[in-house]
Design a protein around this ligand. Structure first.
Ligand SMILES: Cc1ncc(COP(=O)(O)O)c(C=O)c1O
Length: 398
């Protein structure tokens, strides 16, 4: 009855262990849910600029809008990417979507059919692998090297290319590792795509959440001779995950770009349009750079939470972690076998039962070993510190 394409589709972020957490909550337990990057759940408020833009113009969003998105919103997105150096683009190359999640669905549907291969990082945010599999394609993993600050292994990417490869996915800044890729790495991947005539899918949803020690290089800024789909949205930078607001910016050689844009128009027309109320907020949000910068400043919540998380993790014997350079996550390493577990899932399950903290095991991100988990740095500093200390107590008590 059910499509075989679904047989290998799963999201551990909201998987079995999450359901166990909900069951415990129903029974009156208090669970600290560190499984999703959902700022509003931790008291982050949407910026007033967004609220005003929506509330003051709400009536304008009641009808279906243009299938690519409202012109003013597309113009603002175009300006944003142009300022960030993406070349040879126009507002007609923008598709506004119900989050990057729908953007991924549209992009993968456009380029990937049964038997096609897309190169994806390991570890990888599961959305992309799931979309590829739902379209009947194959996600082929390339390594990101923990011993090299989680940068993609460029040789591994090139060695993984076959005649069936259609595209390379980059998640930069990265979820779950918090890495920001160096210019050399992004350039090498861009060059590989050009050499092998591949499309680049560049998920840059965290590009506004980068700490000062790193610089984000937009893939599409490296030239106009490779077809690049850049994905971005407001969920994280403006703390509005539930409003579902994302987009695709297509860049690259004019002829290929036109073919891809035509395919995306077909797919966008099938789903009519994306949530119009949210599109009213896009120009205001992209103009409001202060809101996001403030969260990352030395007195901002994200900065302070990350600081506490790093300090407390550094005190835990046997736990190794690369401080995130961007985004909301870190991907610490522990020795689960030495703790007596066969899998990282068993570890995450036991941590939930013993400490009432919900994390996502590394295998939920297709990690190559069973020795990682993802931590979300969203609780306020005090609670963040308590949570990491509780994880430390748990690990030392084993
Ligand atoms: C790397 C990455 N891409 C895409 C998404 C989905 O974002 P959206 O809320 O825009 O669908 C997330 C959400 O956590 C993410 O981490």
């Amino acid at each position: 009855m059910i499509s075989s394409n679904l047989s290998n589709v799963r999201s551990d972020i909201r998987g079995e262990i999450y359901y166990k957490a909900l069951e415990l909550e129903k029974n009156g337990e208090k669970i600290l849910k560190l499984n999703t990057g959902n700022p509003a759940a931790f008291g982050f408020k949407m910026p007033q600029s967004i609220k005003n833009a929506i509330v003051d113009n709400f009536d304008k969003s009641l009808g279906y809008c243009d299938l690519k998105g409202m012109p003013a919103a597309r113009q603002a997105i175009y300006n944003y990417h142009l300022e960030n150096g993406i070349k040879a683009i126009s507002p007609d190359d923008v598709f506004i979507t119900n989050g990057v999640s729908e953007a991924a669905y549209m992009a993968i549907t456009a380029i990937c059919g049964p038997g096609d291969e897309v190169l994806v990082p390991t570890p990888c945010y599961s959305l992309w692998v799931n979309m590829i599999r739902m379209c009947g394609g194959e996600a082929v993993f390339y390594d990101c090297r923990e011993d090299n600050e989680w940068q993609p292994d460029v040789q591994c990417i090139e060695a993984s290319i076959t005649p069936k490869t259609k595209a390379i996915l980059l998640i930069n800044p990265n979820n779950p590792t918090g890495a920001v890729y160096t210019k050399e790495v992004v350039q090498s991947i861009y060059d590989i795509a050009r050499k092998h005539n591949l499309i680049i899918l560049s998920d840059e949803i965290y590009d506004r959440l980068v700490y000062p020690e790193a610089t984000h290089i937009p893939t599409g800024s490296l030239g106009d001779d490779v077809l690049v789909m850049t994905f971005n949205g407001l969920s994280k930078s403006h703390c509005v995950c539930g409003l579902r607001c994302g987009w695709i910016m297509v860049s690259g050689p004019a002829d290929k770009k036109q073919t891809l844009v035509t395919a995306l128009v077909t797919i966008a027309s099938v789903r009519l349009c994306s949530n119009a109320a949210m599109q009213l907020a896009i120009p205001a949000a992209l103009a409001d750079t202060e809101y996001t910068k403030e969260m990352l400043s030395p007195t901002g919540r994200l900065y302070l939470q990350r600081k506490v998380a790093i300090e407390e993790m550094n005190k835990i014997p046997g736990l190794e972690v690369m401080p995130n350079k961007a985004a909301l996550y870190m991907f610490p390493k522990i020795d689960t076998a030495a703790l007596g577990f066969k899998t990282d899932k068993e570890f995450a399950y036991d941590l939930l039962l013993k400490k009432k903290i919900l994390i996502v095991p590394g295998s939920g991100f297709y990690a190559k070993d069973q020795n990682h988990f993802r931590i979300v740095c969203l609780p306020a500093p005090e609670q963040m510190g308590e949570a990491i200390r509780a994880i430390g107590d748990y690990l030392q008590g084993k």
